[in-house]
Each structure stands twice: as structure tokens, then as C-alpha cells.
Design a protein around this ligand. Sequence first.
Ligand SMILES: [Zn+2]
Length: 324
Amino acid sequence: MPGLDRRGMILGLGAAAVALTTVAGAIGIPSYDDPDDMYAALRAQPALSLAERGGTIRLVFADGAPLLDRERVTAWVRRAATAVTAYFDRFPVRDYGLLVIAQRGDRVGHATTFGYAGSATRIHVGTDATEQAFAEDWVLIHEMAHTALPDLPRRALWLQEGNATYVEPIARALARQIPASEVWRQAVLGMPKGEPGPADAGMDGTHAWGRLYWGGATFWLLAEIAVDQASKGTRSLRDALRRINRESGGNIVDWTAEQMMAVGDAAIGQNILSGLYARFAETRIATDLPELFDRLGIRLDASGGLRFDDMAPLADLRRRITAA
Ligand SMILES: [Zn+2]
């Protein structure tokens, strides 16, 4: 698991997050491991300014990144921004800094998002990354999704990682970058990794990777269902998350988890998220995932393919989750 940082950073997880920390240095540029160095580079180095609905992205190629294909990288950044904008109905922060650090390799690497001195992400990109690697990348969208919610105390990291894990594929589906079936394929394969073991307690304070990312994502799917049922389909989790984004201004502020859930509940008009959060935070909750996916009308067949049952009780909600 990547290291935690005293300044309250949000963890990003690249394809090979653990192993890449010193690779950037190998091609002779600073690693920017210290986020203060990232902020300094975002302020001082030449930037491309990308206008996105509701915000501006300041894109800096660290030390010029001469080996990176700038056009390809810029198109990838715009595509990621389009996805999060589709989910939040605007780019989630007014000003966003993105430091792209070249490294050896052919994939998008580790990324981390910060908010304490402005909303910003540093991300490593392989100089041999192909068009396909960029097209398939989810890491940058995950990081941009982090900017939408206020920063929370460390014990609630699972809410943040779970939210970015849950929102990222849905955002891509809303922007028609992946099919809806891919959202559910990832959920079916990923969410079992987040289930509590016999010795696990509530989610607050967990450091286990599967619990943080996929256990957190399961929480947000359950929140989605709870909002839909309580509002009889008139409100969605998206409404709540958009309200939280608008009222907080994104990850540049520090809120408590309780405050965030109360603002989400106000958008729905009922106390749904606060109660669900309290239960997950404090007590061990196991979810019957096969039963949950069955109600959503998602079946994994013997060959590993997905079949969708449109007559299942939550099939209509399943379709609305990925519909603009
Ligand atoms: Zn993350």
C-alpha cells in the first residue's frame, strides 16, 4: 500500500502503485514525492490552461517532459475531465493543477491528489504509453473524482476512496467512454474484495486496501439504492454528491464525514446517508453481494460473462445509474 502523508492527502492508486516511487528519477528529473514540490512546480513551470465547464485545468509537464507526446496526453486529460464533468454536471473544482511526470514504461502510473494548497494531482505517465493505454486509463478519472468532495479526517478515508472507486466507471459510462456493462463487470469482480473478514470491525480507520477501495464502493452502491428507494426514484446519489460538491467547493476544504452526509441528505430531503454512514463506520457490516447483484439483475455466467435481467427488482435503477 502506498504511504500515507501527514498533510491529509488522498491516495491514488495506479496500475502498479507500490513499485514506481523512484522510477521518475531514473530518467533524470525530480520525483516530486514531496507535495510542496508539486505545488511549486504547478506555480512556476509553464502551463497549458484547459477550460472545462465550471473550471480550469492548469496542466504542467514536469520539467518539460520532452519524451511525452503532449498532444496525446492533453487529449487524455480532456477525456478524463469530460467524464467527471458528466457525473458532477460541471468540472468539480474551479481551479485544478495537474502535474504530469514522465517515467519509463508504457502505462499510466501512480497518482495522488491533494487539496491543502489548492486542488491538485500529480500523476506519472510512461513515455511509451500507447493510445490504448490512455484510452483504457481510469486512474486520472479516479483522481479527478477525488477533487469533488471535501477532504475528510483520515479515519474516513474509506468514504473518499470508495467514492472515487464507485464514481469513476459511472462517470466514464455517462460520457459514453465505456459501456454500462463494464461498470457492473468491475463491481461484480471488485466488490467481494471489500467484504469484512471475521476480525474486521466498522469501516472507520481501516487501512486494508480492499476495504478502503471496494468496501467503500459497496457502501456507496448501497447508499445509491437507499436513496432511490426512500425517494421512490425521484432523487439519486448523484443529486446528493453534486450538492456536496457545490456546497463544499471540492477538496480544498476540510469537513467532517457527518457534515458531508448531512449536506447530501438535505439534497435528498431525508436522513439516508447519515444513518448508513454511522452504521458502516462503527459496526462490521457484511453485504450479501450475490443477492445484491441478483436484485440489480446482474448475473455472472459460467464462462465469466455478464447477463442482465431487466425484470429484476432493481433493474430499472441499474439502468438509471449509468443514464445521463
Ligand atoms: Zn483514490
